[in-house]
Design a protein around this ligand. Sequence first.
Ligand code: MG
Length: 397
Amino acid sequence: MASDTGEKVAVVIVAAGRGTRAGSGDVPKQFRAIGGESLLRRTLGLFADKTLCGLAQTVIHPDSTALYAQAADGFPLLPPVHGGATRQASVHAGLEALAPYAPDIVLVHDAARPFASRALVARAIEAGRRTGAAIPGLPVTDTIKSIDRHGFVGKTLPRDSLRAVQTPQAFAFEPLLEAHRRAVRERRDDFTDDAAIAEWAGMQVSVFDGESGNIKITHPEDFMRAEAMTMGQLGDVRTGSGIDVHAFGPGDHVTIGGINIPHAQALTGHSDADVALHALTDALLGALADGDIGAHFPPSDPQWRGASSDRFLRFAIERVTARGGRISHLDLTIVCEAPKIGPHRDVMRASIARIAGIDIGRIAVKATTSEKLGFTGRGEGIAAYATATIRLPWSEP
Ligand code: MG
């Protein structure tokens, strides 16, 4: 796909590392979760929008095929190619895979930098287009010293002329591919970034402004910082409440929280009368300030007759995720004299977790009687009270 100036822009995303320096055990760091989403999925999400880069080529390790498929699910990316023994070899593999498409500009980006912004990518494309080779750099704030092999200071380097270099780096495609091919021919495999290859090949490399938030995730503490950054992005914490009541009628079981519990009566209502899922749905809609279940699913509409209520809850969950939000917690209280809820508590939690697509540890189910008082006490029906806590991005109105 062409950019606004008619040229083809591609990106190589380097995700072939097997690095476990970040304390991830057996799972390479790019597949570890940050804020409920894998690091790689966050990075790929930046390039899933084709308005910046029309072609996105990921380079992975052959052992990571299944994990990659999960991370890239639903994104319009080229099929992944396998990397080599070094970062340099992996980038080269990505460039060769892009060669048949003959892009004009190529970005090279490390999967381990999931917080690069669209603005940074746009700056990279612009600088690459202008100079043919461009890298994002940040002024160095620490004093930098070179040391000798005994660990003693050799000298203090002049900070003004130093830059900490990031990715995405941007290049005219053909010269960068040719530089990589030449490096292979000349058996040079020691370049740690593409700018170094470009410099070696005689290209002039320009520097544009990097981003302090564009951190490279390498060590365990980087994951903690990244987690805090995603929480900061989802800092708009909201709480909603929901209440529902259904009356008993003839039947042999009740449906509560998506499970059937044998009982001498059933709950009556237009849908399956699942008081718990209805209260949870209203709690989520309340947290979103987005109407209520009756507004989205009018009882007058015959299509909801006998409907399984998991679709109502899923609808509310999708409204949260569509706004870039996450569900922190769902809390449910069921009020009835019978049937007994306690023995079904954990099955009900598992059922709600499955419907909502969140961890069971974020779902509480409690039950109480009303001491034979009121309609629940007289056994005329069941009431459910729910509280939903969600996080939305601060940019939300
Ligand atoms: Mg209801």
